[in-house]
Design a protein around this ligand. Structure first.
Ligand code: FAD
Length: 383
């Protein structure tokens, strides 16, 4: 690995730290510098939506501070340091006026939350929760409050709804979709999760959007597009995430929905790689932990001189909605086929078969979820 400059990793989320850990398993000496815009604490992001169920504050969710990570992994960590530009010809990342030379560069800077442009005097009470700092602010704002309105009924919206109910909050969910989790689950399975959450006390308002949030006596008032209002204290916006791509595009890297990389995690520029929420690997953006772990293992080998392409294996997604748990293994986008649905006592088993009858995906809710292991074994491995 060339010229004494370190491998620079931008980001200390699960992608950045997992990659550093995997590199260290293979090579104790190669210099690694992690640069992060945030405080560099190591934490498991999926725990943000189980804070009440697991009784964790932001401080308790932090597993290690950057000093400890630096010591454990023999790495350098620069915190509160935002990369502003990348010059791939000169192998330099810029932090304002400062230039940092890299031998190889790994972009692991994650995704941004989608922010809706909602007017009103109460927008200061609208929170998005995508990192530990967001979570800390949200938990502080919740102090002494009773009611939460969640915009969005996707994975994150439903998980927060369940968690806040467990925490004793009064929860409304407003979403334009027909039911819960429509981008992840077949309709019937989404309905099953929505029913479980409804039975736990969550109030869904499907087919609706929030158009304005105004301060009101003792809280905020959310105006919906049918003219109705919901009185609440705090609004969570959970309407989606989009890979961070602007700096990559400015650097001339190929960008689509995410930063375009192949199975070797190579971007279109030499010695520049990407993984995690910011990356579009072989045509797919996957905003989950298992894919980024597989990518970290493969990329670590490549970085220490053993070129390796990522293979995923079977990666079911489990929702953290104990009111009605769900697990889904979405079919690969290129497989043609159809879902068949079985229902029992409000729980759903949905199987996705190809035209020859081969199983390529499944979605299970409630009492069907224990079948996931047996079904996962029937899914064909990747080529
Ligand atoms: P991030 O964790 O976002 O890290 C990005 C890093 O880059 C940060 O350190 C940031 O400061 C830094 N950065 C950004 N821009 C710059 C810059 N210009 N310069 C320097 N540093 C920069 N997935 C699952 O598989 N299962 C789950 O149950 C699950 N639950 C979730 C629950 C919630 C509430 C959320 C929000 C996500 C959940 N996910 C889950 C998704 C999963 O957590 C993410 O896919 C994963 O954590 C992404 O990690 P990352 O390191 O790629 O990005």
């Amino acid at each position: 690995i060339s010229d004494g400059a370190p491998i620079v990793i931008i980001g200390t989320g699960l992608s950045g730290y997992s990659l550093a850990r995997e590199v260290r398993k293979l090579n104790k000496d190669v210099p690694l510098l992690l640069v992060t815009a945030d405080d560099g604490h190591s934490y498991s992001k999926p725990m943000l939506s189980t804070g009440f169920t697991k009784a964790k504050t932001a401080e308790q969710l932090s597993m290690a501070d950057p000093g400890k990570m630096a010591e454990q992994l023999s790495i350098d960590v620069r915190t509160y340091t935002t990369v502003t530009r990348i010059d791939t010809d000169q192998h330099i990342v810029r932090i304002g006026d400062e230039a940092l030379k890299y031998s190889k560069l790994v972009i692991a800077w994650g995704a941004d939350v989608v922010r809706l442009d909602i007017p009103g005097s109460g927008v200061g009470s609208v929170f998005s929760i995508n990192d530990l700092a967001d979570y800390r602010l949200f938990r502080e704002a919740l102090n002494g409050k009773k009611r939460v309105l969640i915009m969005g009924a996707g994975l994150i919206g439903c998980e927060f709804a369940n968690d806040l109910r467990v925490g004793g909050y009064d929860v409304d969910v407003v979403a334009p979709s027909e039911t819960a989790l429509t981008s992840l689950l077949p309709l019937e399975a989404g309905e099953s999760v929505a029913e479980g959450l409804t039975n736990a006390g969550v109030r869904f308002h499907f087919g609706r959007v929030v158009t304005q949030v105004d301060k009101s006596e003792g809280g905020v008032s959310a105006l919906l597009d049918d003219g109705s209002t919901i009185e609440t204290d705090i609004v969570i916006s959970a309407v989606g995430l989009k890979p961070r791509t602007v700096l990559a595009k400015n650097a001339g890297l190929e960008v689509n929905s995410g930063i375009v990389v192949n199975r070797m995690l190579e971007t279109s520029a030499p010695d520049v790689f990407a993984l995690g929420d910011c990356a579009e690997v072989d045509g797919q953006v996957m905003l989950y932990v298992l894919p980024l772990m597989a990518c970290a293992r493969a990329l670590a080998k490549t970085l220490v001189g053993q070129p390796t392409s990522v293979k995923y294996g079977v990666m079911p997604i489990m929702t953290k909605t104990p009111a009605c748990p769900a697990v889904v293994l979405p079919p690969r986008p290129d497989v043609k086929g159809a879902w068949t649905i079985e229902r029992e006592a409000g729980h759903v088993k949905a199987l996705f078969n190809d035209l020859e009858g081969g199983l390529h995906g499944f979605a299970l809710t409630g009492d069907f979820t224990p079948e996931k292991q047996a079904l996962a074994k029937l899914i064909p491995a990747e080529d």
